[in-house]
Design a protein around this ligand. Structure first.
Ligand code: AMP
Length: 476
């Protein structure tokens, strides 16, 4: 069964002699955004070279593979999608040849009018090879009027609704685009005169690029050679804002969980935000007799530090994580996921006996992981186990690029009271952060231009009728 919620990271570099290697490193620092497939397209002369494969960046891009990707411009992509649509046909970047020449695209986000757009295009004779909304974007760009790539992208933006942080590459230009609501992050930097763009600043840190600024919501940034466009000309950047400004809807979950903590996301360091979420959680949901605060590593670490700080309770790494398994959440089958928690975490013995333990994590989705973790801690004979979550209850699916299961599978949607959720995960109590506390911790305001639909059901862009995880004839 296909779900359309892809989690992804994108990267681009324009004007560097080691473009493929730079893209490899840039993607390596975005690996947390998607572990299923990785791809790079490079531009050399009038050609675009491509390599995409299922697997992790370091496994996919070996020395010989990178050598087959010549050129001084590149874009790259890492992707995770749920079972069914995880095949190579949906891997990115996607590359095509159209009237304007060769073109490639890498997309992070999710369109909410995907079916309508694809239906319209198919009626006009367009054919599709994948089930991804990114292919729809590529067709929209290719079939738009306009002299430059940026002109065509501007037309695409009039039709595409939803979340998109994009990088496009033609032999002569790199274009970076963020949707007008700014759902997903995208940053711009410089490296030795080259222009670089990436989903997160971690990429720019790793390659030694300077972070210049965010690509603004609704902005189209073009990198191209100055002068006659020759290889020796300096790289120039131009920018436009083709659509009228719209209210911001930056994804608050990037701050809670998704981005790497060392990233500066939407202008703020995720680690600092997560610590503040933990502090706010401690104020709202204290555990007065707590002896010990432990995080669920790695997702709960920063929040647990903030939580322990406010309550002045000792913090310990009571659960040790194996670094040789991916995110347990990603295992597609429940059977495997249950086993996966043990594979990933093990309690430190003699730490919990007769003590009141608070476990801090960033979110509960299905509740499977939380239950296993609480049981794991209980097996060490504590006096009590309390669970504290540094975000509000996840009750609604995301349609803008974070993978969430259907609403029926979300534990906080199925079980209306905290008591029921606590019983389901076998904790003595469960406490979540409030929605207002979340916004205060993130932006210092009641609500500061963030999308919180997964907690409130307030979807900033309505989803087209019938938009659900669905069966697609192209899915195997
Ligand atoms: P669950 O067993 O479904 O409750 O899983 C909750 C765990 O998954 C928490 O530790 C979260 O950090 C993590 N998590 C939450 N959302 C996501 C996501 N979209 N992708 C991967 N992991 C997630």
């Amino acid at each position: 069964m296909k779900e359309i919620h892809d989690e992804c990271g994108v990267f681009g570099v324009f004007g560097h002699q080691d473009a493929a290697k730079i893209a490899y490193l840039g993607l390596h620092a975005l690996q947390h955004r998607g572990q299923e497939s990785a791809g790079i397209v490079t531009a050399e002369g009038d050609r675009l070279h491509i390599h995409r494969q299922m697997g992790l960046v370091a496994d996919v891009f070996t020395g010989p593979v990178l050598q087959r990707l010549p050129g001084s411009h590149a874009i790259g992509h890492v992707r995770y999608s749920t079972a069914g649509s995880s095949s190579l046909q949906n891997a990115q970047p996607i590359r095509c040849l159209f009237a304007g020449g060769a073109l490639a695209l890498a997309h992070n986000g999710n369109l909410v009018n995907f079916h309508e757009l694809r239906g319209d295009l198919m009626e006009r004779g367009h054919v599709f090879h994948s089930t991804s909304d990114s292919e729809v974007l590529l067709h929209l760009v290719a079939s738009s009027p306009g002299r430059t790539l940026a002109d065509r992208v501007a037309h695409m933006m009039e039709r595409a609704k939803g979340a998109y942080s994009l990088v496009l590459l033609s032999p002569a230009e790199l274009v970076a685009v963020r949707d007008p609501r700014g759902f997903r992050p995208l940053v711009l930097g410089r490296l030795d005169g080259a222009v670089v763009v990436a989903s997160e600043t971690t990429s720019l840190d790793l390659i030694g690029a300077t972070v210049e600024r965010e690509v603004l919501p609704g902005e189209v940034v073009t990198a191209h050679r100055g002068g006659q466009g020759g290889a020796g000309e300096p790289v120039e950047v131009s920018s436009s804002q083709p659509l009228p400004p719209q209210p911001l809807a930056r994804c608050v979950f990037e701050h809670i969980y998704f981005a790497r903590p060392d990233s500066v996301v939407f202008g703020q360091q995720a680690y600092a935000v997560r610590k503040e979420l933990g502090r706010q959680l401690a104020r709202e949901q204290p555990v007065p007799d707590a002896d010990l605060v432990i995080p669920v590593p790695d997702s709960g670490v920063a929040a647990a530090i903030g939580f322990a700080e406010v309550l002045d309770v000792p913090f310990d790494m009571g659960l040790i994580r194996s670094h040789y398994v991916g995110r347990t959440f990603i295992e597609p089958e429940q059977r495997i996921r249950n086993f996966g928690v043990k594979l990933k975490l093990n309690p430190v013995s003699n730490l919990f006996r007769n003590r009141v333990v608070v476990i801090v994590d960033d979110s509960i989705v299905r509740g499977t992981t939380s239950r296993k973790i609480v049981e794991m801690v209980r097996s060490q004979n504590p006096r009590a186990v309390h669970l504290r979550i540094s975000s509000p209850p996840t009750r609604w699916p995301c349609f803008y690029g974070i993978d969430t299961p259907s609403q029926e599978e979300l534990i906080a949607s199925r079980l209306p009271t905290m008591r029921e959720i606590a019983d389901a995960v076998t904790a003595d109590s469960v406490g979540y952060l409030s929605v207002s506390g979340l916004h205060r911790a993130v932006s210092g305001q009641a609500s500061g231009g963030y999308c919180d639909a997964c907690f409130t059901g307030n979807y900033p862009i309505p989803v087209e009728p019938g938009y659900r995880p669905h069966r697609d004839p192209l899915d195997r």
